[in-house]
Design a protein around this ligand. Sequence first.
Ligand SMILES: Cc1cc(=S)c(O)co1
Ligand SMILES: [Zn+2]
Length: 263
Amino acid sequence: SACSSKLALSQVHPMWQGPLAIPGGDRQSPIDIAERRSVFDPQLRPLKVQYDPRTCQQIWNNGYSFLVEYDDTTDKSTLKGGPLEDQFRLCQFHFHWGENNAWGSEHSIDRRLYPAELHIVHWNSDKYSLFEEAVMEDNGLAVIGVFLKIGKRHEGLQKLVDALPAVRHKDSLVEFTKFDPACLLPENIDDYWTYAGSLTTPPLTEAVTWLVMKQHIEVSHDQLAVFRSLLFTSAEEQVQRSMVNNFRVQQALKGRTVRSSFS
Ligand SMILES: Cc1cc(=S)c(O)co1
Ligand SMILES: [Zn+2]
């Protein structure tokens, strides 16, 4: 029962990026993070990440991204600390990327975009018993965001890259085990920005405490090119469309403050 965001993504019209914003939403994501407007909060504690690679189950192309899904029926893989009051359970990670290396990330830092962005999704298992419940609550989710930059090959990512051709089409799924998402985190996870936001795909619910890492990771040009070989479309469809530019347009800050864990 890995937490597939089937609920989040099942019946939605294809162009989720644009018009479908939550009417009256005042904490939508993604946003641009203006470094100089962020507020250092010395009370933010270090993040505590504890992942068990044995909870890794499968990779699934859901027609928006590919999700690496984890067994979230126990507290074997968790995130706590930082701004979080509760313990959050790892349920999946996925990426957003562009058609070229000039753009692709959802968040930006002082308007600087990266070619891709990793999202590691966790839900509040102290307060809720299922992802599908937590996704509707304002303290329901915690998502770690990590920027990807083109550079040296990422050895840990290669196992995932090698599995992607097996999930080329929408709704394809392949078994994928023993993958530790901690290998995708930057060395320094103590420096991050945090703000109250939302899912960036439907249902766009305002349930996410965002934790955007200051330090990026590097992946090679060829590794990212494999992401772009995925398709938005299922095998039966007549016209195939490359899975690229699967990021949402940036949203208004609406008076929110972004806090930093570093000065
Ligand atoms: C649950 C979830 C979170 C994000 S950020 C996404 O893109 C899809 O699903
Ligand atoms: Zn995402």
